[in-house]
Write a protein that binds this ligand. Structure first.
Ligand code: NAP
Ligand code: MG
Length: 493
């Protein structure tokens, strides 16, 4: 595997960590218990900082602050256009601090700085601006009912929302969650992932600077117990969660007691289907990017690569050559295209699956080992001749491991693509327009890409069929997650 060896002139400096406390009711504070937890740089395994660790008491304090801001504060009652202006102001501040935020993301998560700079942070800013524009455009209907009445509907903020996010796109998940909630006038208690609290805390600091009223955004860094306390809290109206299907099942159980509104954005095992009539080089590039981007730590990773049999040999050859070009190394080097996995648990999980693939008889055509001795680096790995029943074809690995599955016919590949309890995303590569749209119709997934992969936009809804989620994020659809509909009927008699 290639190793990035650029000089320090071609690297970005490590940022200073400015904020490690929790934000409750506009104040930065320690936890009630005084406890902290450590966050690490995954490329060197070195400790970065100690962060205040929230427990159920801290979550309760944060929920009370959010409730107060919702009931008494200016936030939901503020002119919607002024709410939009504040969201735009936050976007401006984030833009001014884009370099710092990108470096912080790379420090805490380990992702290559070129990705943090070119993808994560620009998408964060774009998402906030998109929803800032929605703030004063959330309207109800007038409804023609029987009798002499005037009937109309209002859309009101759902209230205090608990938002629990993962570590794979820490800052971007903050934006996907905050932006629609703020546009609709909700107040927020957010728990970032224990591995990556730093960009969230810095963004909250900039939100305070932008002038969001105290209690509108509260941050409780911590572990699963803090997340569970948020889910169980009787004064939280809604939980928005991104993470694993297993944790979503726990959340659903815990939320039953208070019948909370829930939206889930979960895992996947997305089929990427390459037909023989596709532009091969484009499909190879899409297959490589669709799986290896973000170290394979994407819920929508194209991890089941179905390749039509007649081009299979040639395709795998090109794919392997492309995978071998990936530059593993220090994520602060601009030349690096693949950083480490997030932590030792994820690293061990991935290595376990690589071994399961080898034992099951799949052909490991490149990679398959740890890279280096320090940091959680895994070689870009491609398994060929994978069959549908192997664990590497059914389970979400969440790492740089791609399974190639040859197929013969259209009907066969659709049936096999849909044979998963996940349904988050899918892609198809072909020059035949009719075939492309037939796949788009037949495949059971929330997003289908045709001759492209991982194309995201704040305006385009994203979410899963089946066990990949509930509800949709992004676009106008996400506003539904944060509003209640109220029907008002007035007698005209
Ligand atoms: P996870 O457990 O689902 O974590 C996601 C978030 O939920 C974190 O903030 C986590 O806190 C919190 N959490 C954990 N237990 C909770 C509970 N009982 N109630 C409420 N919140 C709780 O995911 P993970 O352990 O980080 O990763 C495991 C696997 O999940 C990965 O291998 C991958 O397959 C999948 N995953 C999917 C996505 C996605 O984008 N869909 C993202 C990340 C991971 P802590 O940080 O303290 O655990
Ligand atoms: Mg970290």
């Amino acid at each position: 595997m290639a190793t990035a060896t650029a000089s320090s002139a071609q690297s970005v400096a490590r940022p200073k960590v400015r904020q490690t406390k929790m934000l409750i009711g506009g104040k930065w504070c320690d936890s009630v218990s005084g406890e902290t937890f450590e966050t690490f740089h995954p490329a060197t395994e070195e400790k970065i900082a100690d962060v205040a660790r929230a427990n159920a008491q801290d979550v309760d304090r944060a929920v009370k602050a959010a409730r107060k801001a919702f009931e008494e504060g200016p936030w939901p009652a503020m002119d919607a256009r002024d709410r939009g202006r504040l969201i735009n102001k936050l976007a401006d501040l984030l833009e001014q601090h884009a370099e710092e935020l990108a470096a912080l993301e790379t420090l805490d998560n380990g992702k290559p700085i070129r990705d943090s700079k070119a993808a994560d942070i620009p998408l964060v800013i774009d998402c906030l601006r998109y929803y800032a524009g929605w703030a004063d455009k959330i309207t109800g209907d007038t409804i023609p009912i029987r009798g002499n009445y005037f009937c109309y509907s209002r859309r009101e903020p759902v209230g205090v929302v608990g938002q629990i996010i993962p570590w794979n796109f820490p800052a971007l998940m903050v934006a996907w969650k905050w932006a629609p909630a703020l546009a609709t006038g909700c107040t927020i208690v957010m728990k970032p992932a224990e591995q990556t609290p730093l960009s969230c805390l810095r963004m909250a600091e900039l939100a305070t600077e932008a002038g969001f009223p105290p209690g509108v955004i509260n941050i409780v860094p911590g572990f699963g117990d803090a997340g569970a306390a948020l889910v169980k809290h009787p004064d939280v109206d809604k939980i928005a969660f991104t993470g694993s299907t297993e944790t979503a099942q726990l959340i659903m159980r815990d939320a039953a007691q208070t019948l909370k509104r829930l939206t889930f954005e979960l895992g996947g095992k997305s089929p990427n289907i390459v037909f023989a009539d596709s532009d091969l080089d484009a499909a190879v590039a899409g297959a490589e990017f669709g799986l290896f981007f973000n170290q394979g730590q994407c819920c929508c990773a194209g991890s089941r690569l179905f390749v039509e049999e007649s081009i299979h040999g040639k395709f795998v050859e090109k794919l392997v050559a492309k995978a071998k070009q990936r530059q593993l190394g220090d994520p602060f080097q601009l030349a690096t295209t693949q950083g480490p996995q997030i932590d030792v648990d994820q690293f061990n999980k991935i290595m376990k699956y690589i071994n399961l693939g080898k034992e099951a008889g799949a052909k490991c055509v490149t990679g398959g080992e740890r890279e280096g001795k320090k940091g959680f680096f895994v070689q870009p790995t491609v398994f060929d001749e994978v069959t549908d029943d192997m664990a590497i074809a059914t389970d979400e690995i969440f790492g740089p491991v791609l399974s190639v599955l040859p197929f013969k016919t259209f009907d066969e590949v659709i049936e096999r693509a849909n044979k998963s309890f996940y349904g988050l995303a899918a892609a198809v590569w072909t020059r035949d327009v009719t075939k492309a749209h037939k796949v788009a119709q037949a495949v059971r997934a929330g997003t289908v890409w045709i001759n492209c992969y991982d194309v995201f936009d704040a305006a385009a809804p994203f979410g899963g069929f089946k066990m990949s989620g509930m509800g949709r994020e992004l676009g106008e659809k996400a506003l539904e997650n944060y509003t209640e509909h109220k029907t008002v009927t007035m007698s005209l008699g």
